[in-house]
Ligand binder design. Structure first.
Ligand code: OAD
Ligand code: ZN
Length: 361
């Protein structure tokens, strides 16, 4: 990826060449962020998220112990967990990936309150862009304008033959994947494996990612990061690209991969200063993304609106689900993640985690 990833850019930032930083928040906590938003000091919010925003919908994340996907891959006999998404490995042995794809094939999942919070930011004219690492398409399900969305790690919506690059639709793939057949190119002399356009290790990120990063990050006046371990590059280092004074809020169950003094931390992890005495803009809020969004909206006076938006959104999805049920789509509970991670059932909305698992059976 081109642009300010260059070493010179990183070194200049690290050496603090330029005017001294200014603290824009009254206090370095959630109240400071709330006052900042209430005072109308931000109009270009960027949200950056990972799998942790979808665990309460019943979709496991990758790295959480016990419930994370990488702790549950024994049955695929992979040489190492990330091989599941490794291009080189996939070309030699696509079966494990397609078995998993069958399990996690996007159907009608219910977006979480956190997804609807992001949509609300857009409705209020405050969202510059939403960057997601997720391939579950819950942002689209929540009704977020696709123009505002950057799917950094691609999606299942399209697929390409690895050999001749012919494009295939999700619908063509769906029948094969759900039938347990490895999808192959229909051009007889080609017969290449068709791979969904989700980004594997070794793949290039979508063009829109590079374009939007260049366009957006210099304008960002509040960065909100949620539900990601910030360990996969180049996504993780985006947090370092906002202007020096821009406040950064990180909502996550744990403060992973963001502090320390290693080389990779200095140059690629965004240099968060949550606990440093010279912190002037970084706020960490520990807890679930849903709780974080509800707490934030409560303090902003938007909680009732969020509760209503979630209710309406879920009602619409239930309606679509019952339509599909009448067409004989089978629904099944997704086990695991929600037990430890979800809070949907607690206070704010119902806790359904039913998702279509396969169709036509
Ligand atoms: P990870 O599984 O690495 O991190 C998810 C983070 O969310 C962890 O820090 C969890 O503690 C936290 N978390 C889980 N549930 C939460 C909840 N309800 N509320 C708040 N926090 C919660 O997932 P990602 O950071 O998304 O890439 O992983 C990045 C990339 O690694 C993925 O896009 C995928 C993977 O390899 C590819 O497949 C290319
Ligand atoms: Zn082909």
């Amino acid at each position: 990826m081109k642009g300010p990833d260059s070493l010179l850019y990183e070194v200049k930032k690290k050496l603090d060449i330029g005017p001294p930083p200014v603290q824009l928040l009254d206090t370095l906590d959630l109240d400071g962020i709330v006052n900042f938003i209430k005072a109308g000091k931000c109009k270009n919010i960027i949200t950056m998220v990972g799998a942790g925003i979808s665990t309460s919908a019943g979709i496991p994340d990758f790295r959480s112990p016990v419930t994370g996907l990488y702790d549950n891959l024994e049955k695929y006999h992979l040489p190492y967990p990330e091989a599941m998404f490794d291009l080189e490995y996939f070309q030699k042995n696509p079966e494990p990936f397609f078995s998993l794809a069958k399990e996690i094939w996007p159907g009608i999942f219910k977006p979480t309150p956190c997804h609807y919070f992001i949509k609300m930011l857009h409705n209020k004219g405050l969202l510059l862009r939403h960057y997601t690492q997720n391939i579950d398409t819950l942002e689209i399900q929540s009704g977020l304008d696709p123009e505002k969305l950057v799917e950094a790690h691609g999606s299942f919506r399209t697929a390409h033959c690895l050999v001749c690059k012919k494009e295939y639709s999700k619908e063509v793939m769906e029948d094969k994947v759900l039938a347990g057949v490895i999808p192959r190119c229909e051009i007889p002399e080609c017969n290449g494996i068709i791979k969904p356009d989700i980004v594997f290790f070794g793949d290039t990120l979508p063009k829109k990612f590079a374009e939007c990063v260049e366009e957006d990050f210099g304008k960002c006046d509040l960065l909100i990061i949620m539900g990601t371990s910030l360990v996969v590059q180049p996504f993780a280092s985006l947090s370092h690209r906002v202007p020096t004074n821009t406040p950064r809020l990180y909502i996550n169950l744990e403060k992973t991969g963001t502090e320390g003094v290693s080389f990779s931390f200095i140059f690629f992890k965004g240099g968060f200063k949550f606990n440093d005495k010279d912190n002037y803009r970084d706020v960490f809020w520990q807890g679930t993304c849903d709780e974080g969004c509800f707490t934030l909206t409560e303090k902003l006076g938007w909680k009732e609106e969020l509760t209503r938006v979630v209710k309406e959104g879920h009602a619409k999805i239930y309606k679509e689900m019952s339509l599909l049920k009448s067409k004989n789509v089978r629904f099944q509970k997704v086990k695991g993640a929600e037990n430890r991670r979800g809070n949907l059932g607690k206070t704010h909305t119902d806790s359904g985690t039913t998702t279509p698992k396969s169709k036509g059976k």
